[in-house]
Design a protein around this ligand. Structure first.
Ligand code: ATP
Length: 620
């Protein structure tokens, strides 16, 4: 029969190209991926057989069998799981269905550093395609449970694959790897046995190795989470994490526990140490696997975890849910809500312990997943207090990120709020003129760079009675802050003479381009800055909303001028001689200067250039 020819989806071709250039120094991961897939296929069949008892037929003992055929240079991984139909072979092994993968692949293509490439692809996972690291040809023969037809998918991993009808007497999938020359260790029985033992130890199915006539069982075939903690080594936990999460990093933390009482369940939960590529993709769902009495039910039980814990990996095995529960009715099950509450409590308590006892280690976690936990502060009132305690922030006065409790402990006498400034980058925030007055008074300001910050701060309003206050909104209230002990009680510098006239002229000249012009409490070195009026949207939030097309035009801002700045003093003096064109240009130039310092585009760059040139010319 003529083979059907298909091209790989562009993302798969790119992935295969990367795989072929052998990214990983440890190629043995291909065995882990294929054994994981085989075990998942058996789990899925077992779940379906709960409601379709005929599916298991006369072959009820699910297992994975690995065979070495040295003369033909073949290594085969076979399972009697769910199998794949003709269309599933094409869809599953020819495309990547994960959302965001096209964008991910193009980012990967432009990444130059090989090391970063490995770490990126590690977060993505190469799954089945890792077979091409050691094979020059892969043939997948599969028969879907309940179907009588079988098909062989075959490819050399270069742009296309074929699908042809096949003879296969039993259900399941057989993946035959034609081992590349130079990769002979994958035909060596002792080596394969060692690697398979490592990767299948925690798998709940028997894994067998056949070499010629000899056959041996390589694992205990008991689900890892059912064993007692004292019997499990850190390496075994890490292996299980790699298997379950298809991850390459080491877990940052491992929680293995048994909840007993009103409801009984076991949890084996991992907090990854690196960010998955799609952490902020809108389609990303939580991915804990749900088991009932050791039988895999689903990895898409949305209600098992809140969105703000979507980075967790692992399993939950319930003793109380009925085995024949359908995935659809799971969501409404009150037991799921109880398990969810229990999981949240455990994870938060573990994070709290690590934050207290190992602050440096905790900071690594916070840098990776802090922005996601902040979503919880915004949306989960019940856990808000615990999450606020766990939050850490960069600040103007401390090298290490600080907690809100630490911040409050260092507040100055007379300071009446927790000051924050938001923007895209820490460095730009540090340079912001808005902070000059705060620095002078030694008042700490938290530097916020996550988009979600604006939202949770609005929702929370205050922490332990201290309101959050934006350093770029309203009056700075710094006059009330007492100078630090030992510092000279500096008298405020006298404001430039005629400044009130300058302000009046600026208001008249700038009209609706600003909401107001006033003397600043927060500037010490710069001449001017823009702030939001009390009660208006924070400047950074407004910028975000405009970027996301949720707001059309920006609101006019308050232009603050530094009453002690020599240039402002000269302008004030000039005003006393009467208004003229140069002064009018100066008003607009000051406003544009403030916009530039905020990283804002100028509404009329040509007018800016014209005024600037006129000014330079007058000065020469
Ligand atoms: N042995 C198998 N039996 C049945 N289906 C399989 C088997 N191996 C792979 N598949 C199907 O092919 C799909 C793609 O496999 P692949 O390993 O590339 O990705 P994945 O397992 O979905 O993702 P990842 O490995 O990154 O978590 C699987 O989701 C599964 O549907």
């Amino acid at each position: 029969m003529v083979a059907e020819r298909h091209g790989f989806q562009a993302e798969v071709s790119r992935l295969l190209d990367i795989v072929a250039h052998s990214l990983y120094s440890d190629k043995s991961v291909f065995l882990r991926e294929l054994i994981s897939n085989a075990s998942d296929a058996c789990d899925r069949l077992r779940y379906l057989s709960l409601t379709q008892s005929g599916l298991l037929g006369d072959d009820p003992d699910l297992a994975v069998t690995i065979t070495i055929d040295k003369p033909n240079r073949l290594l085969t991984i076979a399972d009697n799981g769910i199998g794949m139909s003709h269309d599933e072979l094409i869809a599953n092994l020819g495309t990547i269905a994960r959302s965001g993968s096209a964008q991910f692949m193009s980012e990967l293509a432009t990444e130059e550093s090989a090391e970063k490439k490995v770490s990126l692809i590690g977060q993505f996972g190469v799954g089945f395609y890792s077979a091409f690291m050691v094979s020059d040809k892969v043939a997948v023969t599969s028969r879907r449970a309940g179907d009588d037809k079988a098909w062989t998918w075959e490819s050399e991993g270069r742009g296309e694959f074929t699908v042809t009808p096949a003879e296969k007497t039993s259900r399941g999938t057989e993946i035959a790897l034609h081992i590349k020359s130079g990769e002979d260790q994958w035909l060596d029985s002792a080596n394969v046995a060692k690697v398979v033992a490592k990767y299948s130890d925690h798998i709940a199915l028997p894994v067998r190795l056949l070499d010629g006539t000899s056959q041996k069982h390589v694992n205990q075939a008991a689900a890892l989470w059912t064993r007692s903690k004292s019997e499990i080594t850190p390496e075994q936990y890490t292996e299980f994490y790699h298997h379950i999460a298809h991850a390459f990093d080491a877990p940052w933390a491992t929680l293995h526990f048994k909840a007993e009482g009103k409801i009984d369940y076991t949890g084996l939960i991992f907090i990854p140490s690196s960010k998955p590529f799609d952490l902020f993709h809108p389609d990303r769902k939580q991915s804990l696997k749900l088991y009932v009495k050791r039988v895999f039910i689903t990895d898409h039980c949305e209600d098992l975890l809140p969105g703000w814990l979507r980075f967790l990996k692992g399993i939950v095995d319930s003793e109380d849910l009925p085995l024949n529960i359908s995935r659809e009715t799971l969501q409404a099950n009150p037991l799921i809500a109880k398990i969810r509450a229990g999981l949240i409590k455990r994870v938060l308590s573990e994070l709290g312990k690590i934050a207290e006892n190992e602050p440096e280690r905790y900071l690594k976690f916070w840098e990776t997943f802090g922005a996601v936990l902040k979503e919880g502060i915004y949306e989960d009132e019940a856990n808000r207090a615990a999450l606020l305690k766990l939050a850490r922030f960069r600040s103007t006065t401390s090298e290490a990120p600080v907690s809100l409790a630490e911040y409050i402990g260092r507040m100055k006498d007379g300071q009446n709020g927790i000051y924050t400034i938001s923007g895209d980058e820490i460095e730009a925030l540090q340079r912001s003129p808005h902070l000059e007055g705060f620095r002078k008074k030694g008042v700490e300001v938290l530097l916020l760079t996550d988009a979600v910050d604006e939202f949770w701060m609005q929702a929370v309003g205050e922490y332990e009675g201290k309101p959050f206050k934006s350093a770029t909104r309203g009056a700075a209230d710094l006059a009330a802050v007492k100078p630090a002990e030992g510092a000279k009680d500096e008298k405020p510098e006298p404001k430039a003479e005629g400044i009130d006239n300058l302000i009046a002229l600026m208001r008249l000249t700038l009209k609706d381009a600003v909401k107001d012009v006033r003397i600043s409490d927060r500037l010490t070195d710069s001449a001017c800055c823009l702030v939001a009026a009390e009660g208006d949207l924070d400047i950074h939030l407004e910028k975000l909303l405009r970027q996301h097309k949720k707001l059309e035009a920006g609101l006019p801002r308050v232009l603050e001028i530094n009453g002690t700045h020599p240039m402002i003093a000269s302008l004030a003096q000039a005003v006393s001689k009467g208004a003229n064109e140069a002064l009018s240009d100066a008003c607009f130039l000051l406003l544009d200067q403030a916009r530039i310092q905020d990283g804002e585009p100028l509404p009329d760059p040509a007018a800016f250039a014209r005024r600037m040139n006129a000014f330079l010319q007058r000065g020469l």
